[in-house]
Design a protein around this ligand. Sequence first.
Ligand SMILES: Cc1cc2nc3c(=O)[nH]c(=O)nc-3n(C[C@H](O)[C@H](O)[C@H](O)COP(=O)(O)OP(=O)(O)OC[C@H]3O[C@@H](n4cnc5c(N)ncnc54)[C@H](O)[C@@H]3O)c2cc1C
Length: 591
Amino acid sequence: MSQIAPTKVAETDVLVLGGGVGGCMAALGAKAADPTLQVTIVEKAWTSRSGAGAAGLDHLRPIFSEDLEAPVDPELEQRFVDAFERATEGICEPSLLRIVARESKDRVAQMERYGLPIRDGQGHMTLVPGVGLNFPAVLTLPGRNFKPIMYRAVKQAMVDVLNRHMASDLLRDANGAVVGATAFSVDDGTPVVVRARSTILTTGHAVRMYRQPTGQPYGTWECPYTTGDGHAMAFRVGAELTGMEFPMANGVPKDFSTSGWSGLVGVGGYLINSLGERFMQRYNPESLERAPRYQCILAILHEQAQGRGPCYVDLRHISDDRMALFFRGVANERPVLLEYFRARGIDLRKQPFEIEVSELQAQNGGSAGVVADEHGRTSVEGLYGLGDAQGGLGGGGAIGATIALVFGWRAGLRAAEDVPQRKPAEPLDQEVAYALGRLALPFQREQQGLLPAALEHKLGQIMAEYVGMNRSERSLRTALERLETLAEASRELCAADPHGLMKVLEAQNLVVVSQMMAAAALARTESRWWHRRADYPQRDDVNWRRHLILRKEDGHIAVSARPIGGLADNATADREAPPCSIAAAPIGPSD
Ligand SMILES: Cc1cc2nc3c(=O)[nH]c(=O)nc-3n(C[C@H](O)[C@H](O)[C@H](O)COP(=O)(O)OP(=O)(O)OC[C@H]3O[C@@H](n4cnc5c(N)ncnc54)[C@H](O)[C@@H]3O)c2cc1C
């Protein structure tokens, strides 16, 4: 394919990039604020089954009472905030978490009105305790059709949806405000310039930059299409990002990367080593397997390093009733896991099954991504961000959907309310030309050139070896050097068709996100939560109980810091020098 189709130009009031859980809610919020506005979703996949919630969701939290109209008990609200402060070792925004505690019931009630089944035949909810919450605050539900239900609501609200269109770059006007984006059809390659008065970034998580233990590049337990495109796009236009030093992983069945951790822990499964010891007694005797996930993952890695691996999950002691609850949850959200047990001949009532630590990814659930305030406003005028593409809030995956619902709604309302004050969108010609060039060039390069799969393979090796769970100054500086070379190589990637173009842009974005992850990890000279430095093994609250902020400046990743509590009003917050030697790291030539 040497010729691409002519560019289409579209105009909208509110542009939503990403039609996942947060994107759908943002579009609905914008329409609720003003039904006369034109609201457009641009979605890489197909909105009814896209993103991390594609296969369904099985829980929402926090829900403190079956009466969704009752005010939230201030004591429970505080216990919820405290639980997340503990779980993140303090890297969170309490005021934003408080909003989640107060408003999640409203969004769940809204989803019920759209048709989400949240109650049994007698009208009752199933509320159970969960990781970090030792009182009933987790609503378990048969949420297999979560996304189709949202999609129906979006269509009924007359939101325009461009399915199978990948957003590639944000566009700015002469004042530096974001005024839309470029995208292209992943089916026929048609480029699109969408001008917008408000642009909401909700492209989800950043995964796929670490080597997979299974060797299958797309065999991640997360959604393989969320490749940090929004993180990279936001970075390119100078938005601030935070939390990029915090990766995450999951405990997954051996050779089969699928989620299910919350279900296994929630039902009461034991983690045992090859000696049959319930090893969490060594690491967190109080919470055992209900310890925060990072502690369990570190414990598994330590057991393996000490020669007591492989590690297993043991469900043999679980009552029939609780096993039925477990099977219901798995059948709802991850039916393929049942196939895995069947194919391997594993009878969970009779034998433990082996697990391994998955590949790392960036943190999700509002923990690693753009800095955004309580209305989703980022540090760049006209741009809003939320959900898995947001950083600093400190939710994590187990609450990711609720965060996306709550802040999707808020950002949608605000983005719509801001529309009348904004002038018609006029992106700079050079920005449009540059963005369209990025869509055209991969087709014009030598077809025998570097393919995205080869680059991603190398990226996975670099990230796993140097930016893993045992990082150090030496390993991180090595990573940054090698990533710079890879960024240079990423300019040469070629594509033969629109699908190939998507892969090229994904690979380029993954390199940028990886550079941010390595730079942030180098800057944070302590060990905390998922960020483990071999050369700084202790947590350092005096210097480091603060957010690390990244921003593009003069071809570098500029690093600064901000106190906890300083993100909720990010438009006015001052930046401090970080307490470390690195103030900036080079960013690759592709950016
Ligand atoms: C298997 C699994 C089970 C989970 N279960 C639960 C649960 O039960 N409860 C819970 O609270 N959380 C759960 N989570 C987490 C939750 O699903 C996410 O936190 C939530 O979906 C985040 O919403 P989001 O809108 O930010 O991202 P997503 O819902 O992932 O949506 C991002 C969207 O952006 C699109 N996109 C990406 N790049 C581009 C681009 N360049 N252009 C256009 N579109 C793009 C993607 O295709 C996707 O549709 C689960 C996650 C997984 C992986």
